[in-house]
Design a protein around this ligand. Sequence first.
Ligand code: ZN
Length: 278
Amino acid sequence: MYYIDPHIHMVSRTTDDYETLARMGCVAMSEPAFWAGFDRGSAESFHDYFRQLTDFERQRAGQFGLQHYTWLCINAKEAENVSLSREVIAMIPEFLDTPGVLGIGEIGLNKNTKNEATIFLEHLELAVKYDQQILIHTPHLEDKYTGTRMILDMLCDDTRLDRSRVLVDHVEEHTIRSVLEEGFWAGMTLYPVSKCTPERAVDMIEMHGAERLLVNSAGDWGPSKPTAVPDFIIAMRRRGHPESLIRKVVYDNPREFFSQSENFDFAPPELDEAEANL
Ligand SMILES: [Zn+2]
């Protein structure tokens, strides 16, 4: 089955991973800007990173027939440095017309601090000013519930935002309901050690339906599995869900969400007749 991975950090992955993803049916991916594992020292460092995301990584994916899209921001961990964050935010507009740039992300909170919230709000201003879609990282483990609530409150306070153009990622059982009820898209991240397993993602589909729900691998430089979306496809089949529902979650939904960005120039693969009739 063809699928799109809406959240994966390919700069951290090998060329072999691209080849494996292509073999497993991945046709496109989107890569939010994230933390490099260390705090970067200057805005120039981010400038180079954005060039890597918008140029080299897109080419590297293309060699395997994969369509690569990206999101730009300074992540929540580095948002503690407010002056650096402002320099990076000021630089982002020069990249927003670049092919493949879908919007601002992954912004959000990490430890739910005041500085993180300040920079989150400044990213929202940027998104509104340039009419961009938004992809949001919610915090880990013990910070997730409070952080998600803080994020939703900040988003809901801004009446200029079109909620159907905002994806709140890394939802779990205790946060998914409020994200969907407020009218946002929700992303479930399939991780081997934290976040969500494929089976728990299937549970959440069974409880909440498949509208405005996405699944992703969030593969990066840490313990993660770039082929986690195919694992989800198999887990859905094992529970007896129809192919049409599986395809909605892994292919139609990301396509629908991303299509709200002018830079989503996706060329769909030819579906074989059996799949097209689902
Ligand atoms: Zn990420």
